[in-house]
Design a binder for this molecule. Structure first.
Ligand code: PLP
Length: 439
């Protein structure tokens, strides 16, 4: 027993010893296939020498300076490299340390954008149910994640109002394409009700992660959302913390559709687990009134833009490019998706397999499409049995956010085809055991 607060104080956790590639090893010598890159973070896999060497070199030179006193070559290069990767547009980069800080900073930049133009009333951010934008109070206010909100509801702003594009459980009982994107049009209704003069931005995860197990909207959805945002003078924030930097088979998740966000939040894959680093990217359009106005973005953290973390992110971007990981995520992801669909045929309680690239979700059902009741703690059972079998999978919410069970499968983008087969074998073994325990 130690005094380290772990996620669940009534449980014991294996102690990690080392990790290499897509495998993690504990101190008992047990091997785990990392089927979810930790928390969809270790996108390059573990122990990549190029990243370790870049980190060492930077640590020797200078690890930390305070951003109010110095800039650094490495942080400047990182902002440049992000623009090069994105390719189609210019974004300014604000460096932070976690995804929650990135979305919270996005919220603040959106509000400031309107303030700088004298429109001080535009300070609400609309978002969707079944979304997760972070755990700090601001980011949690944006998040439609009932379980994570529950304890803090009185402290939270009442932001989420719009239904997610959840075709598997369409809130209107419609099907695509005859639905005509009714869920997207909810945004317009919400804007009219709230008053566009009070709204700064709408935030969405291009593909819904922790709160929806890779819920992927139908084509045309984001184009419609973007059009509504433009018509009502509202910024569009893409939370690419989970979907960004190649994970879905495009450099940004939103690139699957014909839309460019005004503000982008990045995290997870930016440091790929080698260091805490995240970023908020603001388009030229968003930056202009700030540049021509106060010239100061009212946010920042002590460790923002520290050279050590910036060197890691820069090396990660270089690695993604040199190893064609975006294309790889698409190709291997297509193979993994097909394998998961085959697995679905064997288990009646796999209701849906969805996602893009290497961000794939499995939603479980009871009978037909019924949601798994929360008191069964089914997701927990699947995750636990998988871990006992040496496979890491990521728990996700689904259904109505309370009832419903789902997992995310999101291995490092460096996974080989033969390792996908190994992942599938372990998953099948896990599902068989779960079926034995829950007939
Ligand atoms: N946004 C999305 C889409 C996420 O998936 C997460 C974390 O899971 C966050 C924000 C918060 O990131 P962090 O846990 O790094 O604060």
């Amino acid at each position: 027993m130690t005094y380290l607060i772990k996620p669940h104080l009534h449980r014991t956790y294996p102690t990690v010893r080392s990790a290499k590639g897509i495998y993690v090893y504990d101190t008992d010598g047990k091997k785990y296939l990392d089927g979810c890159s930790g928390a969809v973070t270790a996108n390059l896999g573990h122990g990549v020498q190029e990243i370790i060497m870049a980190m060492n070199k930077q640590a020797e030179q200078v690890a930390f300076v305070y951003r109010s006193q110095f800039t650094s070559e490495v942080a400047e290069k990182l902002a440049e490299a992000l623009n090069k990767q994105i390719g189609y547009s210019t974004y300014w980069t604000f460096l932070v340390n976690s995804g929650s800080e990135a979305t919270e900073t996005a919220m603040k930049i959106a509000i400031q954008y309107w303030q700088e133009q004298g429109r001080k009333g535009k300070n609400k951010i609309l978002s969707r149910w079944l979304s997760y934008h972070g755990i700090t109070i601001g980011a949690l206010s944006l998040s439609g994640h009932p379980m994570r909100r529950a304890r803090f509801v009185p402290l939270l702003e009442d932001f989420p109002t719009v239904s997610p594009p959840y075709c598997f459980r369409c809130p209107y009982g419609l099907t695509y394409p005859s639905c005509q994107w009714r869920c997207a049009d909810e945004l317009e209704t919400a804007i009219i009700r709230t008053g566009a003069e009070h709204i700064a931005a709408f935030i969405a995860e291009p593909i819904i992660g922790a709160a929806g197990a890779a819920i992927t909207p139908p084509d045309g959805y984001y184009e419609r959302i973007y059009d509504i945002c433009r018509r009502y003078d509202i910024l569009f924030i893409a939370d690419e913390v989970m979907t960004g930097l190649g994970r879905t088979g495009k450099i940004m998740g939103l690139d699957h559709w014909n839309v460019q966000a005004d503000i982008i939040a990045l995290g997870k894959g930016l440091g790929a687990g080698y260091t805490p680093i995240a970023a908020t990217l603001a388009s030229q359009r968003v930056m202009e009134p700030i540049i021509n106005g106060s010239g100061v973005i009212m946010s920042g953290h002590t460790l923002s833009a520290n050279p050590l973390s910036a060197s890691v992110a820069l090396a990660v971007l270089k690695y993604i490019e040199q190893h064609h990981l975006v294309q790889r995520a698409h190709e291997i992801g297509t193979y993994l998706f097909m394998k998961l669909r085959n697995l679905q045929k064997q288990f009646a309680w796999i209701g849906d397999v969805r996602g893009k690239g290497l961000l794939l979700g499995i939603e479980f059902v009871v009978a037909g499409k019924e949601m798994v009741p929360s008191d069964l703690a089914f997701t927990d059972l699947v995750v636990t049995v998988a871990q006992q079998n040496g496979l890491l999978v990521y728990p996700a919410a689904a259904g109505n956010g309370k009832d419903g069970a789902a997992i995310i499968i999101a291995p490092p983008l460096t996974i080989e085809r033969s390792q996908v087969d190994e992942l599938i074998d372990l998953l099948e073994q896990t599902f068989r055991e779960v079926q034995r325990r829950c007939p």
